[in-house]
Design a binder for this molecule. Structure first.
Ligand code: AMP
Length: 455
């Protein structure tokens, strides 16, 4: 059998990178790496439909490091080294955590290159001054979130006009998080001649326009991560009021080494942690109310196994790489079907076994059907013994509670539908997050409707 480093070498990677991959115990290239590395090494533009977990980071980082290294050591470069606050390779990502993770991968894969390439991480939530200092004298690679990068460009801390390679990682997420304007502004500052690699799990309309503008005769790859074969998805139907109990029962009964639980609102995360604590289960929460320092500490604690149960909003749904995370639980379903895939993709990564479990209550049944349809899934509904869901939605289920109560005098059908769905959501989150009495939940419905009417 060929050695792992020779398998990577056969893709065209240089020895210093191949030996590092062998140290990291990468036995063989993943499909996305096999398809992308040779094209990227040849300087081609790349358009890749690949999920996190597929090994996509190495697929773009490895060839870019090699090209940078070789360009730096070519005789021409030695004669006229670039000075000033320039950057050769720019990697744009949607979240701070992903920025740190990709920068760490660049450092790790490039650790045996001599001399080393300079990698700078530019993300919000940390001091601008330290980043300005880090950017002095330019960088070989910058991994950045768009907002902070623009701030630093405006303060002349960095210039983009010598960028040779651009990567847009999780491009769909960059757009869906509202970075379209920042992205537009950044792209205008980049030179026309450059290599562009674009990675995205999904391809919404707006992204197709961007790819058509940005990429020139790209090498196109459409891959799914290996999660299909290694990740088991299960769905338990439960009564909404029993969700927290089912969860603590599962956590106690199953003896999982680590679990990542997703809820939709920060409050729900906090309250769920309190409920689990009462049941004797220690859990940490991870959401945007936490400062960047705390977020880093919690994430590191979870990655190294100091934290067993983490309850998070969707900020943890993308990009975050936790080695061999065995279980992901949807305590609540995400609104977007794409986010369902991103959440469950935290487990079963790079061929490891994983379990994604969703607890769905009556008011989520319809939405789960939509998630299945959009993601081309069909999963059997299961009952959790001792906590079987009622056949009909119980009296206190938001799906029964909200709809008949919406006042709608003189409202058109479309507007009414919108008001109903907004109010239903409000009640759903009130009930799921704090189990307030139904009158309070109903008051929230009326508030939601009144607010909507004001707009
Ligand atoms: P990514 O899809 O880039 O987030 O990578 C998912 C995980 O797979 C990361 O933990 C990588 O370190 C790991 N990985 C990437 N490529 C390989 C490989 N060829 N063999 C084993 N693990 C890999």
């Amino acid at each position: 059998m060929p050695q792992s480093d020779s398998l990577f070498a056969s893709l065209g990677l240089m020895p210093a990178l191949c030996t590092r991959l062998a140290q990291l115990q990468y036995v063989q290239p993943t499909p996305v790496q096999t398809q992308i590395i040779p094209a990227a090494l040849a300087g081609k533009d790349v358009l890749a439909g690949a999920n996190t977990g597929s090994g996509k980071t190495a697929a773009f980082v490895l060839p870019l490091l090699q090209r940078l290294y070789q360009a730096k050591h070519s005789t021409q470069a030695v004669k006229s080294p670039a000075k000033g606050n320039y950057v050769a390779c720019l990697i744009l990502v949607p979240t701070r955590e992903l920025a740190q993770q990709v920068a760490a991968s660049c450092e790790s894969y490039g650790q045996d290159l001599a001399p080393k390439l300079k990698v700078t991480c530019v993300q919000g939530g940390v001091s601008v001054n330290s980043q300005m200092l880090a950017l002095r004298g330019g960088s070989d690679v910058i991994v950045a979130t768009p907002g902070r990068l623009l701030d630093l460009i405006n303060s002349n801390a960095i210039k983009l006009d010598r960028v040779k390679s651009l990567v847009l990682d999780e491009a769909d997420r960059l757009l869906s998080l509202g970075f379209a304007d920042e992205l537009g502004a950044l792209l205008k500052l980049l030179p026309k001649q450059k290599q562009t690699l674009l990675f995205s799990a999904t391809f919404p309309e707006e992204l197709n326009e961007l790819t058509a503008r940005l990429l020139h005769q790209p090498h196109s790859v459409q891959l799914q991560s290996e999660q299909q074969s290694t990740l088991v998805q299960r769905v338990f139907t439960v009564n909404k009021r029993e969700k927290a109990q089912v969860l603590s029962h599962l956590l106690k009964a199953k003896n999982w080494s680590q679990v990542l639980i997703f809820a939709n609102a920060k409050k729900t995360c906090d309250r769920l942690a309190q409920k689990l604590e009462k049941a004797g289960i220690k859990a940490q929460v991870f959401h945007s109310d936490k400062g960047q320092g705390a977020r880093n500490r919690i994430l590191t604690g979870f990655k190294i196994g100091e934290i067993d149960v983490l309850i998070a909003t969707d900020i943890a749904a993308r990009g975050i790489d936790i080695d061999k995370l065995p279980v992901v639980i949807n305590y609540e379903l995400p609104r977007s079907p794409a986010d369902y895939m991103h959440r469950i993709g935290r487990s079963g990564r790079a061929g490891a076994a994983g379990l994604a479990l969703s607890l769905i209550s009556h008011d989520e049944y319809q939405h789960f059907k939509l998630i299945e349809k959009k993601n081309k899934l069909r999963l059997p509904r299961e009952q959790y013994a001792g906590f079987e869901a009622d056949a009909e939605a119980p009296e206190d289920c938001p799906s029964r509670l909200a709809k008949p109560e919406i006042p709608a005098p003189g409202m058109g059908k479309k507007k009414r539908k919108k008001a109903v769905s907004k109010a239903t959501d409000t009640v759903a989150s009130a009930v799921s997050s704090n189990q307030e009495p139904l009158q309070a939940a109903q008051a929230l419905v009326e508030d939601a409707w009144a607010n909507w009417k004001k707009k």
